[in-house]
Design a protein around this ligand. Structure first.
Ligand code: ADP
Ligand code: MG
Length: 477
């Protein structure tokens, strides 16, 4: 097997976060009644004219700059002609020879800790088609055109990915980035982020092999399975004397296999030509500069800053920067607790994400805001709460609107860290246990635990352990 090398290039369709379609004013909202959100422009009715959605262009520019690509000051829309029931106008408006974003790349971190730069070929603007609906009518197929004209950015990578795992790592990095940039909501169940995987194999040193394209896989797990299946299939085919044919294949998630769908069209089959209804897309240099000035700190840079400036581990920094909303939550926390990055990271990644997961909630629907969690952590930092009590307060905050201080007050949880009060408790215990004091002073240091236990009992567990230890040691010496 090891004489074989895998080559993968991905085409990712990202639905742009605009409220209206790419060339019309119809809504893009997901889940509407079939055929209520496609207007005459989306259907290409005679006499209608498409008008470019400026927001879609802005999002394409933002993406291009974030991956270090060239944003073309002039790009061209082309008609890609083909017949399919979900495309009533007979062509899709896309970009072909002159796309809006050229080149660029993504630094992808792999599971073994190394990283790989994945060169992008291009990213172009295009409209989505409608969709065939197979389960609405008995023995008939319906067509829902709500998706027609939905703005997409198709992001094409060079054929440089070497395994299914690398392909998935690349996809996850890209998914984080487009959500981070608010270019797309990235919702994979709703089809806002879907991927065609081009896969070929070759013996080491040979030129690129013939590829098969696996269409429209919409989960990371399925991409990995589909690619691994395809690699095996192609190697077995070639080793048994066969040849890979260039074709489009579908992944069957139930069977875990890919199946031939149709022979792959070549570009010339589509009879691409510039769309006569749309002028070239001209982007002013000033618009590119404005987008550059508004660029947020990118996940990669932020991750490095967390390691270098905040002293977080690579692991924590990676988890915190994998999602913009999680990361902004953490940013709000450390703004309130600037010296406590590690504590904040532990609570965000441990208690908070854990509670969200356990309750099947997402970060944007958290019942605890970063501000409320911040005031709870403040009480741990100033010694009023042990971290164990902190977790108890967290539980209460999760189920109510109370502030951390109100919960602490109500449950009488305040840790006794007032040295005066603790000292009095310690004095009493020493006075009441003279035998143990003698034994301790004679060298039985294990008895320290006995005194700690007595003090905890006297304060109903609310003594600050660090202060208690210090006081006991001083007074027993
Ligand atoms: P098309 O638009 O017809 O699908 P492209 O040449 O634009 O074809 O390539 C699309 C994708 O296929 C790109 O991501 C590219 O990296 C990938 N690709 C091209 N050739 C190969 C190959 N031999 N093996 C694997 N991937 C390939
Ligand atoms: Mg393609």
């Amino acid at each position: 097997m090891s004489q074989w090398e895998t080559v993968i290039g991905l085409e990712v369709h990202v639905q742009l976060a605009t409220r209206s379609k790419i060339f019309s004013g119809a809504a893009t909202a997901y889940g509407a009644e079939p055929n209520t959100q496609a207007c005459a422009v989306d259907l290409g009715m005679p006499g209608t004219l498409p008008v470019m959605n400026a927001q879609a262009v802005e999002l394409a520019i933002r993406f291009g700059l974030a991956v270090g690509a060239t944003v073309a000051e002039r790009s061209v829309f082309a008609r890609k002609n083909y017949f399919y029931p979900d495309l009533p106008k007979g062509y899709q408006i896309s970009q072909y020879e002159l796309p809006v974003v050229v080149g660029g790349g993504l630094n992808v971190r792999l599971d073994d800790g190394s990283s790989k730069f994945v060169q992008l070929t291009r990213a172009h603007l295009e409209e989505d088609a409608g969709k065939s609906v197979h389960d609405a009518f008995h023995a008939e197929t319906g067509v829902d055109l709500n998706r027609a004209g939905t703005p997409l950015l198709e992001i094409v990578s060079d054929p440089v990915l070497g395994s299914a795992a690398e392909a998935v790592a690349y996809l996850k990095t890209l998914h984080t980035l487009v959500r981070w940039l608010e270019v797309s909501d990235g919702n994979m169940q709703e089809g806002s982020f879907r991927c065609d995987a081009n896969v070929s194999v070759r013996r080491k040193g040979e030129p690129l092999g013939t590829r098969a394209e696996i269409k429209n896989v919409n989960s990371f797990r399925f991409v990995e399975k589909a690619i691994d299946y395809e690699i095996e299939r192609q190697i077995r085919l070639i080793e048994s004397g066969g040849q890979v044919v260039q074709e489009t294949r579908l992944f069957d998630a139930h069977k875990g296999e890919t199946r031939s769908m149709r022979g792959k069209e070549s570009a010339h089959d589509y009879r691409y030509f510039p769309d006569p209804d749309l002028p070239p897309l001209v982007i002013a240099a000033a618009d590119i500069e404005r987008a550059r000035a508004q660029m947020p700190e990118l996940p990669e840079a932020r991750r490095q800053r967390y390691i270098d400036a905040l002293g977080l581990t690579e692991y924590d920094a990676s988890l915190l920067t994998a999602d913009r909303i999680v990361c902004e939550f953490f940013e709000t926390l450390i703004a309130a607790l600037p010296e406590q990055a590690k504590l904040c990271a532990n609570w965000v990644l441990g208690e908070w994400l854990g509670a969200l997961n356990a309750n099947a909630l997402t970060p944007d629907t958290s019942p605890i805001s970063a501000e409320r969690l911040g005031s709870l952590l403040q009480r741990i930092v100033d010694g009023s709460l042990s971290s164990k009590m902190g977790k108890q307060v967290f539980e209460e905050l999760w189920h109510s609107d109370e502030s951390a201080d109100a919960v602490i007050e109500r449950l009488g949880l305040k840790q006794v860290s007032d040295t005066g009060a603790l000292a009095a408790v310690v004095d009493e215990i020493i006075a009441a246990n003279s035998k143990q004091v003698e034994q301790f002073r004679a060298g039985n240091e294990k008895l320290l635990q006995f005194f700690v236990g007595q003090a905890m009992k006297a304060t109903r567990g609310q003594a600050n352990p660090a202060q208690l230890n210090e006081l006991l040691k001083a007074k027993l010496a």
